[in-house]
Design a protein around this ligand. Structure first.
Ligand SMILES: [Zn+2]
Length: 356
């Protein structure tokens, strides 16, 4: 693979064929006017920018992504947006794509359990982290997409929190969570692998109906979450800028608090709680790292907001979600500068090897 992206006459990187193929797959064979790619990218200060590009203009979207990718993490809504209002579920009527996000090894073994190979396999740039996509013949309503995603995730070990129809994933670009950035690669592409929803569903396990089991699964998943292992004193300091005193308290950022009353506990399980600003049902306001970030940043910790919340927390805490064991705490020099140092634009060619 060459070491630099091909450039056009004005020195812009030319989008790779694989990026175009990816976007064409998301757009579908004949995208209706009024349907848009939802393209988002990281900017400094824990923010994301967004642009909607008509799904009919694949090449324009690819050029935009190519330009952004040298300096930012770029994401695309897997489902097209029906309009340019927002990137929530309300703007999405459904999709012709099913997808899961898998972050551990053993994929070939798990895929052997499923007779329908994915249309596309994208490696996110972190070892063992794959995004798998199945192309459907038909545009499918959001609820059915999410239910099918959940069932595939269940069968193939996908992240159950990453099945929503407003999911944004990485196209073939660069993953800047690594230094130097690593290519996001299309590792397999089967353009003829199209399925009906019915044929996929016929071989997928039913979803668990038992709330207790679902709750246990969610808890187990939480235990695997590197963010849930960050000590409260550390995340409180990083997110609020306030250091707990000897009594383990800080001045609460959510109510006027002259005598520090927000308790910072020792373990991630206990988290934090403020007795000075109770919730409507009379309990102290508190929770975990997500609850705190959600309140500080005004991003919902449920539904589509959760994905953005978690992505932003991952960046603040330099979480390598794809390989939890390789997670490290921010260095002292990075505190308060969640994005680390500004990087030179990276010219590395995204490695878009096909087949395997
Ligand atoms: Zn309070």
């Amino acid at each position: 693979m060459s070491a630099s992206l091909p450039v056009n006459k004005i020195g812009e990187p030319e989008p790779s064929r694989d990026l175009l193929a990816y976007l064409r797959l998301l757009a579908g064979p004949s995208p209706a006017p009024g349907r848009f790619f939802d393209i988002r990218w990281t900017t400094g200060e824990q923010r994301m920018s967004r642009r909607f590009v008509p799904a009919q203009r694949t090449s324009e979207a690819a050029h935009l992504i190519g330009r952004l990718a040298s300096r930012a993490d770029v994401y695309v809504g897997v489902a097209l947006s029906d309009g340019q209002r927002d990137g929530t579920k309300h703007a999405i009527s459904g999709s012709h794509m099913l997808y899961i996000d898998r972050d551990h090894s053993g994929m070939q073994r798990d895929l052997a359990k499923f007779e329908y190979p994915p249309t596309m396999e994208v490696a996110s740039g972190t070892p063992d982290h794959l995004h798998l996509y199945w192309r459907l013949h038909e545009h499918t309503p959001s609820q059915q997409v999410e239910s099918a995603n959940r069932r595939i995730a269940r069968l193939l070990g996908g992240d159950p929190a990453c099945v929503d129809v407003a999911r944004i994933l990485r196209p073939g670009t660069l993953n800047h969570k690594h230094d130097p950035p690593r290519p996001v690669s299309l590792v397999a592409y089967r353009p003829d692998a199209h399925y009906t929803l019915a044929e996929l569903l016929s071989v997928l396990p039913a979803l668990e109906r038992s709330p207790a089991r679902a709750e246990r699964r969610a808890r187990e998943h939480r235990r695997d979450d590197p963010l849930q292992r960050v000590k409260p004193a550390h995340y409180i300091r990083l997110l609020t800028g306030l250091a707990p005193g000897p009594d383990g308290k800080i001045a609460c950022p959510f109510h006027p608090d002259s005598t520090p009353s927000l308790h910072v506990y020792d373990t991630p399980e206990r988290g934090w709680a403020c007795y000075g600003c109770p919730t409507p049902d009379g309990k102290p306001r508190g929770g975990d790292i997500y609850t705190l970030a959600s309140m500080l940043w005004g991003i919902p910790s449920r539904g589509p907001g959760f994905i953005e919340l978690r992505a932003r927390l991952d960046d603040v805490f330099r979480v390598d979600r794809d390989a939890a064991s390789r997670w490290r705490a921010p260095r002292a020099s990075e505190r308060g500068r969640p994005w680390g140092r500004a990087r030179e634009p990276d010219r590395a060619q995204p490695q878009l090897d096909r087949g395997r």
